[in-house]
Structure formats: C-alpha cells, structure tokens
Design a protein around this ligand. Structure first.
Ligand SMILES: [Zn+2]
Length: 459
C-alpha cells in the first residue's frame, strides 16, 4: 500500500499569511483534512498527516516525518499572499525524479479542470522553487498555493465552504490518479461496536457521557427486539472486523465490560430514534461553580503559558450572579483560543466572550480592565439565562444587556445560533472544554495525593 503524507502548512503560533482576521493556517488545515478524508474513504492508501490540529510544527519535523515513513509522496498545502491572484503549484528547482514532474502535471491539471472555470480561478502555472519541504523530502514532493488570502476575490472563494470542498476533492482525486491508488471496494458488512444496550434511555445517556469523558465518541441507536425497545450505545462502526475487535478491547480497558459487536444486517433499527436529548444539553448556565480559580488558570496555561490570570474574577462574578463560572471560563477559552486572541477580537479589548464582535470589520466591545471584561461576560450570560434584575451592588457593564431576550437560553447548547451565528455545536464545544478542564483538575489532585503519600512514606 502506498503512503502519502499530507502537510497542512503553518499552525499554532505560526499563522502563515493573514488578512483581515483570516489566517492561512486555518484554510491549510481544513483543506488538508478534507483531502485526507476523501482519500481514506475512497482509496486504498496509508495517509499520514503532519498535523491534524492547530499546532506548531517545524519544517524539518514535517520532512523527517515523511522520510522516516518512507512515504511515496509528500503534498504540502498552503495559500499565497502578497500581491497576486490564483493558483500555482511547486516542485523542487534542483534535480527531481521523473515521477515528481508527472505528479505535478496530473494533480495541477486535475485541480484546475475542476475549479478554474467554475470559480473563475487564475492559473499561475506549474512552478519550481527551493522550498525546504520540497528539497529535504526524499520522495516526490509537491506544494500547492491555493489562492491568495490577501486578494479579496480569492479570499471570498477560500471562505466559501463549497469551494473548499470541491478543491479538496479535486486535490484528493489528483493524488489518487497520480499515484494510481486503488479504489476501495465498498464494504458489504459493517461491524458496529455496541458499548452497552439498555432498556432505560437514561442509562444509555449516562453511558454516552461516561464514554465522552474517556475520549470515546458514541451515540444512541434504538433496536426493537421481540417487541421491546433497547437503547444501544454505538461506539464506532468498522468495515473490518479486526478494527471492531480493537475497539472492544479499548472499551474493556476503559472499564466498559459489556461491549459487543453486531453486523449491520442484525440491527435493522425498525424504529427511527426520536432525537434524544444528549447529556450535554442538560448543562445549565445558572448553577454552582465547581472548579477553583487556580484550577481554571492552571488548565489554560497548559496550552498558553502567557494567559492572563482571570480565574478569580470568573469565580467571584459567577458566585454573585449564580452563573457557572467554570463553564463560562470554558466559553472564554473557546472564544479567545486559550486567550491567544487569534480571531477578530484583540487582547487589549478585555472582551473574553466576543461581545458585539461580528467579523473583521466589527471587533466588538472593549472593556477598561480584565475585571470589567469578565464582569460583562458573566452579565451577558445572566441576561440570557435569567429574567431577574442585575444584583443591586452592580452596574450594567454589558453594553448589549438590553438587546438580549431575557431568559431565552437556560443551557449552554441553547446559545447555539444565538451567541454564535451560525452555530449548531457552539454549546457542545464549550462543554467539552469544560470537561477537559475538570479532567485536568482531577489529574492534578491525583498527582498531589501521590506526592503527599510519598511524604508520609519517607517521613
Ligand atoms: Zn504558507
């Protein structure tokens, strides 16, 4: 089987080109992930990603990864900037193998044929350059510059999900054609891993939540057996039995002893499941804060050591307003990208919840101090979750307080489409960050327990 390395350019603190709040690294990653999934779904190939998240990665780490894997092809995905428009591709300008030139021709043409006239893309041609990732890779390597982020017309295309989808598929098909990757035969059997089957829906939902805490995705399917409805928690479906077996082992290791495998035809699912309220949808905005100020500050600093210490402000205002400050803090992490402010809001605005920010042309409100910024965030949540008056000791610090329909969101997921537009996963992302913060705190407490035990042992 052939090995293809897909390299999403830049990442982490290296945004690549940036223009009006749009960052090259993000476009690179979303294209790379779509190329990966299209290849994996349709072709027999071993796909290696240099990054699948927003992380820093040196150029040499990227090329070493490919060299160590003895890959058959290296594809780097970038966007262009600084005065131009359109698409171009690069191979090394020194000695290259014949397949390198062939691959460039096939992939470049495939992409241009797919999108050039449809999206009115300028073809800047097949080029050669002395780029690190082209020079230091020991296999055919190609770098794509997919449009210019600082050209208004190109940027509009990059922001168009349909264009991203189509160009990604064209790239994947170009790679498949160039390397003659065999097409996957459609699986005729699907092995579903069931991590527990329950007659009571609440128990199934509890299982889904337990699994998500252990980093395992699952959802509930219903099955009617002998007239009884069972709520089955499905944690993965695989076309290969061996992969399903591995998942059962993983579940066993996570303490789930009642996992089993069914094949597709057995689970006819005659009753379509009414959309169940998933557990995260029960997390209310109002309520007690469980994490302590330092546990909030410590968690964010595992990702961004320079994050401001806001934990104490969150805990205080959360308590005074009856808002779950630890979840609000997770919202701030989500909005500010761990207080790195990689979006439209700048650090000096002290606006941790993106209040009033709608895009690059409107960066939203600013607050005099970090404390005021936290206060406004909690107050804005209070506007959504409560119909009561602002506590007596406080002034109205949230400039958008009166624009909120009071009491219109009681839970975090009810903020979907309200705080974040459009948004179908906004609340879920916040809850998942909150759970990560909780798990981090639990780990720290476990460590401390061990340390204290050692002190007693050595006493
Ligand atoms: Zn780049």
């Amino acid at each position: 089987m052939k090995t293809v390395v897909i390299d999403a350019g830049h990442g982490g603190t290296d945004p690549g080109a940036s223009f009006q709040g749009s960052l090259e690294k993000n476009f690179n990653l979303s294209i790379a992930l779509k190329v990966q999934s299209h290849l994996q779904q349709n072709y027999e190939a071993n796909i290696i990603m240099t990054r699948t998240r927003d992380v820093n990665l040196s150029l040499s780490a990227r090329t070493q990864r490919a060299n160590n894997a003895n890959a058959d092809f290296f594809l780097s995905i970038h966007n262009n900037a600084a005065g131009g428009q359109g698409f171009e591709s690069y191979i090394f300008n020194g000695t290259v193998s014949a397949p390198t030139r062939t691959y460039q021709n096939v992939i470049h043409d495939k992409i241009m044929n797919a999108v050039r006239s449809k999206y009115n893309i300028r073809d800047r041609g097949k080029k050669r350059a002395n780029f690190h990732v082209l020079r230091e890779t020991r296999m055919p390597a190609l770098l794509l510059e997919v449009l210019f982020v600082d050209n208004a017309s190109d940027l509009a295309k990059l922001k168009n999900p349909a264009f991203i989808e189509e160009v990604s598929i064209a790239i994947a098909q170009g790679v498949a054609d160039a390397l003659s990757l065999p097409r996957k035969s459609l699986p005729n059997v699907l092995y579903r891993v069931i991590a527990g089957s329950f007659k009571n829906r609440d128990n199934a939902e509890q299982r889904v939540l337990d699994l998500s805490r252990r980093g395992i995705d699952s959802f509930i399917r219903t099955a009617t057996i002998g007239g009884d409805v069972f709520y089955r928690v499905q944690a993965g479906a695989f076309s290969e039995k061996s992969r399903a077996d591995e998942q059962v082992v993983r579940l066993n290791n996570a303490g789930i002893r009642d996992a089993f495998i069914i094949t597709d035809d057995e689970s006819s699912d005659p009753v379509p499941a009414p959309t169940p309220p998933t557990p995260v949808e029960r997390y209310t905005i109002e309520g007690e804060t469980h994490l302590l100020a330092h546990q909030l500050d410590e968690f964010v600093r595992t990702i961004n050591p320079r994050a401001p210490k806001l934990g104490a402000h969150y805990v205080k205002f959360g308590k005074d307003y009856g808002i779950r400050a630890d979840v609000a803090y997770a919202q701030a992490i989500h909005e500010t990208d761990y207080f790195r402010f990689t979006g439209v809001v700048d650090a000096d605005q002290n606006n941790y919840a993106g209040i009033g920010a709608t895009g690059p042309d409107n960066k939203g409100n600013s607050f005099n101090t970090p404390k005021d910024g936290v206060h406004a965030h909690i107050q804005h949540l209070y506007a959504y979750s409560s119909t009561k008056k602002i506590p007596e000791q406080y002034d109205k610090v949230d400039p958008r307080f009166d624009l909120v329909t009071r009491g219109s969101a009681k839970t975090w997921t009810q903020l979907n489409g309200k705080w974040a537009v459009p948004g179908t996963t906004y609340g879920q992302s916040i809850i998942s960050l909150f759970i990560r913060n909780m798990n981090h705190a639990i780990e720290q407490i476990d460590k401390q327990k061990e340390e204290l035990k050692n002190v007693i042992d050595e006493f």
